[in-house]
Design a protein around this ligand. Structure first.
Ligand code: TLP
Length: 345
């Protein structure tokens, strides 16, 4: 069966143009810095995000880990949201592998951190306390519903942090979605922060990889950390070639996924028993719950949807996540709504 796969935008396969670029990619040993295609991708990523340098890494998780470890030493503290992907879903790598202590503040429903909370969380210079070094933001914010953060908020946090001697790292796995949703250049969201990781392998459809961007000095440190984490790849230009196509051709079409997410949400709103999360969808994710009138469990509904050719994620006791991407068309959206009608009955 050909599934309508709405589990994530990570399931996207490369486009034909990417496969062609991969086949033709010029390569070299990237651990020696000699892969021309990786170098081109890193330069393009740095230029697009308004940073001095970029580093191609295996995943978003590796980008965030190498980035946070480049900012913080063992025992230092990072302030992040209690719904941050780095806190919830990166296997605790920053503490397990980096010895970095985390301070989790409540994410506001719009995905932001309240600056009063951040102010109160900054440690005094006291031998009892870890040293606060870094604030981590996420844009778009996955667990807060795929919501985006604005340039104003990003600048406010960066100014606040810098005035207190702290750095800011952005988990920008889907920062191009955040820019597309606001109709702005991604630089407005990345230039104010000290470092950013963004993913090539989500809505941008590349098969593998993310890029960590920051100052030259920061990327030099992160480069050593990437080696330490086992992420030094060799003829990685084959992968980077798809990443270049992703940046050149896919960042400009993300608004289409957002429009389809709205279409899907409009359809699901009409299905008795379903309730959309307030404000959903802000970008390419739709969060929808079963109300009390539905006598079934989420697992039961998920199985019935699967039998009807629709795959999606379960994100709570009564909640699903549906993620739109390049490989879902209008017919897929209609099929998903029709399948829901039958599945919740
Ligand atoms: N998110 C995945 C799952 O891990 C939940 C998904 O399906 O959404 N930051 C953010 C905000 C992410 O959403 C993800 C992946 C990552 C980092 C990690 O990226 P990878 O999977 O490349 O390590």
């Amino acid at each position: 069966m050909d599934y309508i796969d709405l589990r994530s935008d990570t399931i996207t396969k490369p486009t034909p143009e990417m496969r062609e670029a991969m086949a033709k990619a010029e390569v070299g040993d990237d651990v020696y810095g000699e892969d021309p295609t990786v170098n081109r991708l890193q330069e393009l990523a740095a230029e697009m995000t308004g940073k001095e340098a970029g580093l191609f890494v295996a995943s978003g998780t590796m980008g965030n880990l190498a980035g946070i470890l480049a900012h913080c030493g063992r025992g230092d503290e990072v302030i992040l949201g209690n719904k941050a992907h780095t806190f919830l879903f990166e296997a605790g790598g920053i503490s397990a592998l980096g010895g970095v202590h985390s301070c989790q503040l409540p994410n506001q429903p719009d995905g932001s951190l309240a600056l009063e909370d951040v102010e109160a969380a900054i440690r005094p210079d006291d031998p009892h306390d870890p040293v606060t070094r870094l604030i981590c933001l996420e844009n778009t914010h996955n667990r807060c519903g795929g919501v985006y953060q604005t340039p104003e908020y990003t600048r406010r946090v960066a100014e606040f942090a810098h005035a207190r001697g702290l750095a800011v790292h952005l988990d920008g796995a889907r920062v191009f979605n955040a820019a597309a949703a606001q109709g702005i250049d991604v630089k407005e969201l990345t230039a104010p922060v000290d470092s950013v990781t963004f993913c090539l392998s989500k809505g941008l459809c590349a098969p593998v990889g993310s890029v960590l961007c920051g100052s030259k000095e920061f990327i030099k440190k992160a480069h050593r950390l990437r080696k330490m984490l086992g992420g030094g790849m060799r003829q990685a230009g084959i992968l980077a070639a798809a990443g270049i196509v992703a940046l050149e051709t896919m960042t400009v079409r993300l608004a289409e996924d957002h429009a389809r997410a709205r279409k899907l949400a409009d359809g699901l709103k009409q299905v008795p028993g379903l309730v959309l999360q307030a404000g959903s969808p802000a970008t390419n994710m739709v969060f929808v719950s079963l109300d009390a009138s539905v006598p079934h469990s989420v697992e039961f509904v998920r199985t019935r949807l699967e039998e009807r050719g629709v795959l999606l994620g379960v994100t709570g006791a009564r909640q699903f996540r549906l993620v739109l991407h390049y490989w879902i068309d209008d017919a897929g959206v209609e099929q998903a709504v029709a399948a829901f009608r039958e599945a919740v009955r």
